[in-house]
Design a protein around this ligand. Structure first.
Ligand code: DC
Length: 229
């Protein structure tokens, strides 16, 4: 079996991170949640007064970029890999609504993307990696051996996201979550730099129709086939 790069892209709250993390665990690969990196930079902007009302002070954030580091701590006892912002564990905070509401405009900034894409490419140099995001199969690793594009309707994704937030004890309502997903879909697919789109050679997974167990079986089979080629 050869070591490969697995790129999993899709819309927000499509369940791709859960699948990507589980696949990496099963096959002993490193898992990188690229969305967490954009979220961490967004949290930095919020904490430093560069964000408000869905808007970002682009110039201030670009100037601050050299002083922002985003790294990961390997999965601990809870099985979840934690995101570190300048060494501080921010895994919980980056999932909150305030970050979700400001992350799309941050991810539109070319300088932010350039920097994070470079870090992502470095993480994949030795292969043996599963990375999920929006532009992994198109921009970060256009030569990835295995590319998956996850699809699900906004309503299916809003219900999933609401469940996640409720389980974490966060306050949210369905309409607000659905609206946030629609807004992010729009920004993610229409932005000038690296918009979300399916790579021509990606395999499509419609997860509105499959159970989580069926999705994992589908992914595992695809991985087995490709890594044995
Ligand atoms: O997957 P997520 O919801 O955690 O991603 C957060 C945001 O980051 C989302 O609005 C899109 C953006 N993103 C991106 O532009 N490129 C990536 N590779 C990953 C995420």
């Amino acid at each position: 079996m050869k070591k490969i790069i697995v790129a999993i892209d899709g819309y927000s709250s499509s369940g791709k991170s859960t699948m990507a993390r589980e696949l990496a665990r099963r096959i002993g690969y490193v898992y990188v949640d690229s969305g967490a990196m954009y979220r961490a930079v967004t949290l930095y902007a919020i904490r430093h007064g560069m964000a408000g009302g869905g808007k970002i002070d682009r110039d201030a954030l670009v100037a601050a970029l050299p002083g922002i580091s985003v790294t990961f701590e390997p999965a601990g006892a809870d099985g979840v890999q934690h995101t570190l912002l300048n060494g501080e564990d921010v895994e919980r905070e980056i999932r909150e609504m305030q970050v979700s509401s400001h992350v799309s405009p941050v991810a539109e900034i070319a300088e932010v993307r350039e920097r994070l894409v470079r870090l992502q490419q470095e993480a994949g140099e030795a292969k043996g990696i599963v990375m999920d995001g929006r532009d992994i199969g198109t921009t970060v690793f256009p030569d990835a051996e295995m590319k998956v594009f996850v699809e699900a309707s906004p309503e299916v994704r809003a219900r999933r996201r609401l469940r996640e937030l409720e389980q974490k004890g966060a306050e949210a309502n369905y309409e607000e979550v659905l609206e946030n997903i629609r807004t992010r879909d729009h920004i993610d697919t229409t932005r000038a730099v690296s918009p979300l789109r399916k790579a021509a050679d990606a395999h499509v997974l419609d997860n509105g129709r499959l159970t989580p167990a069926e999705q994992m079986e589908w992914l595992q089979n695809l991985y087995n086939t490709i890594s044995n080629e």
